[in-house]
Write a protein of this length. Structure first.
Length: 134
């Protein structure tokens, strides 16, 4: 679902990602000419967010500064990340959305027994002059 709304003007946003595992291509993903099987997919309001996969390290936050696409009102971050094949641990990805350096959304998405970690983090951005609803 793609959210369409007015941009949240005058604010800067960043998405912070922290994994509890090393990333690996999804061995079960459909492969096409355009790729497929990427170890991590991140979307903001339905639009892909580029992530430097090589910079992601287990347990270390990666901050994507200058994230565009946040709108006033409801928003959603969706993540899909692939743990190493054969992993049987419970794995998680922590997602934080920072507005002018302050966290306005913070959630951890979990996958059980080495499964693909996939989920969404809904959040809302208040209109100018109003407080956040969190």
């Amino acid at each position: 679902v793609e959210v369409i709304g007015a941009p949240a003007a005058g604010r800067t946003y960043a998405i912070e990602i922290t994994t509890t595992f090393s990333l690996e291509e999804d061995p079960f993903a459909l492969r096409t000419e355009s790729g497929g099987g990427a170890p991590l997919e991140l979307r903001l309001n339905g639009r892909p967010v580029p992530v430097p996969i090589d910079d992601i390290r287990r347990g270390r936050p990666l901050t994507l500064e200058g994230t565009a696409g946040v709108v006033r009102g409801p928003n959603e971050i969706h993540i899909k990340a692939s743990p190493p094949a054969g992993d049987t641990l419970d794995n998680g990805v922590r997602i934080r959305l920072l507005e002018d350096g302050a966290a306005i959304a913070d959630a951890t998405i979990w996958g059980s027994h080495g499964a693909l970690v996939s989920g969404s983090v809904p959040f809302s951005v208040a209109e100018e002059g109003k407080k956040h609803d969190h």
